[in-house]
Design a protein around this ligand. Structure first.
Ligand code: HAM
Length: 427
């Protein structure tokens, strides 16, 4: 037997119904906010991620699936989708059309991480990006949409952790203060962290080194928020005021920097109970330089990505049940003998035309087997059809919950079945 690769998963039915329900909800909500779908390739030039996500990030440094293709090019399976969206935006000159571009995506991403619960090598993200709007109202609207989506899935009690990482111009003062602070704590940094402090000091704030954890909580550690320019501070405060007025629960986390280099100003994360301490349900932020860094016109951007695998892990039970139910067959049509199969096919076709999800048992091995099969699939109603029914132009319907059985005229098929389906199952 050839098994699936470490860190990858097969998503099997009926669980795939839950995935579809979540994705349907996302598409529906995002459309309400004016977003359109974008689909970018699963692999890109390696250089794209090096230049956008950043050379010294964990993702680029040690988590990428990079290989040389048969043509000698270095390509990488996308570890995230913002870079691909930005690349497509530049390549197709979308900025030329002017205005604000609202895009969303749903799809697999790849990171060579140590697999564990909620952490996979192939995982799926639902993400959204807004390109061409720099104002704090856009940041607020992105978060409002996100909470609208999470709310419709039945999540309550979530809050967003927020910070501002400022702009490139604002960082030198902070970096200097950070370096000074760490240089007074000799021996604290391991080789990885020492390299980070040298190359990209912000990265030290999301170091996974347990020894550092306690120090990162030290109130004397410099916070980026204290080094913001007046403009960035205004942006941040405007956002907070808007979130308050929209009743989006937030908390400021001065150490939040996120593990990708392209962020400017607003960064945010939502964590959920049950995912483990470090594991965020979603993350995002503003990236006002990414498009121009990739050779496009100066275009601000902001977005987020939700880890769909994690979202499903903590999805409220009611929502899960609803999505499972929405996909399941409502009726099983059971021909009693082989000579009844053709008529059973016609019955099933009529039910399906009427919008009723119908399972057809073509094995025609008698009522006992047919009913057993329906019970196993949790189908509530069975339509039985034998020689007698064909002769009299009738069918027998059996409700498996009540065991009640009725004979009905063939021409009343849709009405009779429709009336028997419980309201939640009627389409
Ligand atoms: P990220 O924080 O790297 O951001 O990933 C977003 C989410 O993807 C995480 O919060 C997590 O739920 C999920 N995720 C990441 N790695 C894994 C994994 N190995 N297994 C399962 N789930 C995982 C980004 O990817 C940015 N592109 C977000 C963004 C969009 N920023 C601006 N626009």
């Amino acid at each position: 037997m050839i098994a699936s690769q470490k860190g990858t998963r097969d998503l099997l039915p009926p669980e795939t119904r839950v995935w579809n329900g979540v994705e349907r909800t996302a598409r529906g909500v995002f459309a309400l906010y004016g977003y359109d779908e974008i689909r970018t390739p699963a692999f890109e030039a390696t250089e794209l991620f090096v230049r956008s996500v950043g050379e010294s990030t964990d993702i680029v440094h040690k988590e990428m699936y990079t290989f040389t293709d048969r043509g000698g090019r270095s390509v990488t399976l996308r570890p995230e989708n913002t870079a691909g969206v930005a690349r497509a935006f530049v390549e197709h000159r979308l900025a030329q059309a002017g205005g604000v571009h609202r895009l969303y995506y749903v799809g697999p991403q790849y990171r060579y991480e140590r697999p564990q619960k909620g952490r996979y090598r192939e995982f799926r993200q639902i993400g959204a990006e807004v390109l061409g709007a720099a104002d704090a109202a856009t940041d607020a609207e992105v978060l409002v949409m996100l909470f609208d989506f999470l709310g419709r899935l039945g999540f309550t009690g979530l809050s967003v952790a927020l910070n501002s990482v400022g702009t490139e111009e604002e960082r030198p003062g902070f970096v200097e203060a950070l370096r000074a602070w760490f240089s007074s704590k000799e021996g604290l940094l391991d080789a990885d962290d020492a390299r980070r402090l040298e190359q990209n000091p912000l990265r030290i704030l999301d170091s996974k080194n347990p020894k550092l954890a306690e120090w990162l909580a030290d109130p004397s550690l410099p916070a980026m928020i204290d080094f913001l320019s007046a403009d960035s501070r205004r942006h941040h405060e405007e956002l907070l005021a808007l979130l308050t007025s929209f009743r989006i629960p937030y908390r400021i986390e001065p150490r939040l920097v996120r593990g990708l280099d392209y962020y400017t100003r607003t960064v945010f994360e939502v964590t959920a109970q049950g995912l483990g301490a470090q594991d965020a349900l979603l993350g995002g932020g503003r990236y006002d330089r990414l498009i121009s860094d990739l050779g496009g016109p100066k275009t601000p951007g902001i977005g987020f990505a939700i880890g769909e695998d994690r979202l499903l892990d903590v999805l409220p039970a009611d929502t899960r049940e609803t999505f499972l139910g929405e996909g399941s067959p409502q009726v099983a049509v059971v021909p009693l003998g082989p000579e009844d199969v053709a008529e059973a096919l016609a019955l099933a076709a009529e039910l399906r035309r009427g919008g009723i999800r119908t399972d057809l048992d073509t094995s025609a091995k008698g009522p006992g087997r047919g009913i057993k099969g329906a019970l196993k699939k949790e189908i509530p109603l069975v339509v039985l059809l034998g020689e007698e029914e064909r002769r009299t132009g009738t069918f027998v319907v059996k409700d498996l919950a009540t065991q009640k059985q009725d004979e009905c005229p063939r021409e009343r098929l849709l009405d009779e079945i429709g009336a028997r389906l419980r309201p939640s199952q009627a389409t």
